[in-house]
Design a protein. Sequence first.
Length: 118
Amino acid sequence: MQAGEDELVYIDAVPADFLEPGESATVSVEGWPVTVTVANADGDWYAYESACPHQATPLGGLRLTRKTLLQCPEHGSMFDVATGRCVLASNDGWSGTLRTYPTRVVDGVVQVSLAYHS
Ligand code: FES
């Protein structure tokens, strides 16, 4: 069974004017043991794991291209941050998925959901 939107717990991540279009940044969310990277894709916000799922290269601060595409600088994997899907395999043929998290903007603040209500 899939959780509904009203079951997600959202936590403030960054002000909506914190990043320019195409920019990303890794943030720590108070109370959560993980960091998450948020990105401004021409006004749409996405959140995803802050280390490349291939070999853990940090992804924060990398610019998006073609609105939602992110390329890891280490081995070249390219992900669509809107879905987490790998659209270009790494130079050693790896093509795993980038974990993504739901986002929303409330009163000028980008919020990220890292977990479901239990
Ligand atoms: S660490 Fe990102 S593609 Fe290898």
